[in-house]
Design a binder for this molecule. Sequence first.
Ligand code: FDA
Ligand code: NAD
Length: 426
Amino acid sequence: MGRAFVYVILGGGVAAGYAALEFVKKGVSHGELCIISDEPVAPYERPALSKGFLLPEAAARLPSFHTCVGANEERLTPKWYREHGIELVLGTGVKSADVKRKTLLTTTGETISYKFLIVATGARALKLEEFGVSGSDAENVCYLRDIADANRLVNVIQSCPEGNAVVIGGGYIGMECAASLVINKMNVTMVFPEEHCMARLFTTKIANYYEEYYKSRGVNFVKGTVLSSFDFDSNGKVTAVNLRDGSTLSVDMVVVGIGIRPNTGLFEGQLTLEKGGIKVNGMLQSSNSSVYAIGDVAAFPVKAFGETRRLEHVDSARKSAKHVVAAIMEPDKTGEFDYIPFFYSRIFTLSWQFYGDNVGEVVYFGDMSGSAFGAYWVSKGQLVGAFLEGGNKEEYEAIAKVTSLRPAIEDLTELERQGLRYAVTV
Ligand code: FDA
Ligand code: NAD
């Protein structure tokens, strides 16, 4: 049993949704494109799951956040896929791939063949068991990667009103979920091994601003230590979190956000991997010329940095999706993917954006006791990164532009003196 398509997208997340829209814009014919996803719903804007989805009132629910509303584009409901002749195979995993034969075998036993394959399998949340701690299956321990996790998290929050929540991990999931838990009136303690939150991106000074704000909203921080074990009650529910520093926190629920692993398993031994992802060239093409990769699973050349990077953010998923469709359908008209990394977050009433690379010397600007402040990163005499909290549309556009221009910076003191004005006037 089997079907054949010209284009197959493996994975039905953010990148798949944006690629589908671009295929339609570029005139894909009915019956040519198939999307296979093990999720039961059409592609949606995953960032909503840690923000609007978790609100106690007027929470976001599907179909309101199907892709591509996050980029102010059309909202692609299952009906849209039907109307455009795109085969959406939902609730169906791909269990093996054969890139030589150009076939995929699904969990329902179907063989789907392709001329061009776009791998958009994203990533999975790392489990505590991978760090030697058991208890992930307990009913009040939550992860957050997909809509099933988000529904479960909402149910667990509702099961222990005004209870004690421990958030394990000080990265994006930890910070955004902690804020959402506070909004749900939970007592929140964050536990992470680093000296400060968001250690991959923030400097100590930037992190301090957010930590002080979180403390003012009642969040307690336990830093520099990790979880060593859980205590359970007779029903298998977690009642306490034991930390390696010897302390114990009693809990009603736990949220874990300790990083991800890209879903490359189907292609190990078949495609070249790098930085934990599928290595692709500037056309987003892997070591097999019929197979492309986009989104979290792709390690692609970031021209401005002169090196291969794998990014785990929605903007690169959206833009790589758009680019891959052009690379496949209009190869002669399409150049190499030229992308400046862009990350953002929204927590409580705060909102920040970051562009570029966080290497080199840091020059701060603005007023940390006021609402807007930021930082530039200067490496080898060039401005390579910019961060801004509390900016307006024009200001965010300005830091995006200045980062893409990578201007030469001779005098750090002068850059500091000009501050945000430098980006706005460059
Ligand atoms: P994505 O994970 O979206 O999709 C992968 C899809 O492939 C899934 O549908 C999966 O089920 C499917 N799949 C995997 N293996 C399969 C198989 N073998 N067979 C069939 N299907 C398979 N970023 C940002 O910049 N700003 C933000 O605010 C946020 N917020 C945010 C919140 C939360 C809760 C999460 C989990 C993530 C974010 N992100 C984010 C990150 C952002 O969502 C992420 O970078 C994109 O979703 C990546 O898109 P992809 O399409 O690559 O993977
Ligand atoms: P992350 O990489 O942002 O943070 C992981 C955190 O885990 C680290 O900061 C560290 O504090 C912690 N950690 C590592 N090992 C640990 C251990 N043994 N015990 C306790 N803590 C440990 O990953 P995440 O927060 O899990 O986010 C998952 C994915 O979702 C990422 O790809 C992220 O980019 C994405 N995401 C992005 C956004 C956004 O861009 N606004 C929002 C939510 C999620």
